[in-house]
Design a binder for this molecule. Structure first.
Ligand code: FES
Length: 384
């Protein structure tokens, strides 16, 4: 963070006053705030003064402080804190604020600064020979997703290359800055993925397929669960306990990747993906193992005391219900599962390896052995 001081005395005008229009605007703005809260207008007033004068002078700060009945130092603190306020004369046609914070730096901010040094002035906050352009490095401007970027007055110019920044600077120098499109300078809508929001389409597609009721495949009668077995829609995990977000999106991405990895590139196009929902569903469904499979974990009659399986990270109420339908009621049962049984349950729940990733077996062993206390001893935290 640079040290921000007021301009040297020789630059400071003796006084400041809003012009007629801005004075009326300032009065109206101050009236927007409740009685006793007029100081909240300090930023709008300083900004308006900057727009009128080109930068914030000492006299401006004194004027705003008097108008809002604030101590001079309080207004000074605001003016020197925000890099939106210019404390010395800057370029009259453009002042380029180059974000130099980590994401922008990693994406080429240093090259942008070189452009500014070459085209404007070697040093920041020094206007060029004509006084039309200046530049400075600033901290993150909140558009990291489209790094690197610059701010020129109130607009952001994102996804920049050195060449594009040169063009933008030339346009402002020629007085044609208003013709330059603001925001991303490449084929990107706002902060959406480059080339379009295909990711959302791809992710949502299989999720919807899995969650919606599917027609039972007629030819696969052996794998049709009995009436008391869980419906596939009930087996979808509700939330990822670690991420606290619906796990359906990552699942979808995984399912989609699987469904499309063997297809020719042309088939992976957006249009093809949109009509491929129906195809994707049976692929996922056919992986569901049969209830008659030898690797299905042995179920038991519901015991008098049922363990709270939801203490296992990754088991929510729906999954617990499904496990109960399979005759799984205790931590000890889960802890006894061998690899093949884990894979059967994983497939039945359409988990794609999550049982292993969440380490259900180790969790269940700890809970079976000593409840929450043992769990905390092993994992260093309370279950769930
Ligand atoms: S790091 Fe440059 S906008 Fe955030």
């Amino acid at each position: 963070m640079s040290v921000r001081r007021l301009a040297e005395e020789q630059f400071q005008p003796a006084n400041f006053a809003f012009n007629e229009e801005n004075a009326a605007w300032a009065e109206a703005t101050i009236r927007k705030y409740p009685e006793g809260r007029q100081q909240s207008a300090v930023i709008p007033l300083l900004m308006r003064a900057q727009e009128q004068e080109g930068w914030v002078t000492r006299a401006t700060i004194e004027h705003v402080a008097a108008k809002l009945d604030m101590a001079y130092i309080r207004v000074m603190e605001v003016a020197t804190f925000y890099t939106q306020f210019q404390l010395k004369p800057i370029g009259t046609r453009a002042h380029i604020q180059v974000c130099g914070t980590t994401p922008c730096m990693l994406r080429g901010a240093e090259e942008l600064i070189k452009v500014c040094r070459n085209k404007i002035h070697h040093d920041p906050l020094q206007p060029n020979a004509d006084g039309t352009l200046s530049w400075e490095e600033v901290e993150c401007q909140g558009a990291c997703v489209n790094a690197p970027m610059v701010i020129i007055f109130k607009d952001a110019y994102e996804d920049l290359t050195p060449e594009r920044l040169e063009e933008i600077i030339d346009a402002f120098e020629a007085g044609k800055g208003a013709e330059i499109k603001t925001g991303p300078q490449i084929d990107r809508h706002l902060s959406a993925p480059i080339g379009g929001a295909v990711t959302l389409n791809d992710e949502i597609k299989p999720v919807r397929t899995n969650l919606e009721p599917q027609p039972e495949p007629v030819a696969d009668a052996a794998s049709v669960p009995p009436a008391d077995a869980a419906h596939p829609k009930d087996t979808a995990p509700e939330t990822d306990p670690k991420l606290k977000t619906p796990v359906t999106a990552p699942k979808a991405a995984e399912a989609n990747a699987k469904a499309t990895e063997d297809k020719p590139a042309a088939e992976a196009s957006k249009a093809e993906a949109a009509v491929d929902v129906a195809k994707a569903a049976p692929v996922v469904k056919s992986e569901k193992p049969s209830l008659e499979d030898k690797n299905r974990p042995k179920g038991i009659e519901k015991p008098e005391t049922v363990d709270d399986l939801k203490l296992i990270s990754g088991v929510g109420p729906k999954i617990e219900g499904t496990l109960h339908e399979l005759g799984i009621y205790t931590f000890a049962q889960v802890a006894s599962w061998q690899k093949a049984e884990c894979e059967w349950v994983d497939g039945y729940l359409n988990f794609k390896g999550r049982i292993d990733r969440d380490d259900w077996i180790k969790q269940a062993e700890a809970l079976a052995k000593g409840g929450e206390a043992e769990y905390i001893k092993i994992f260093g935290k309370k279950p769930r």
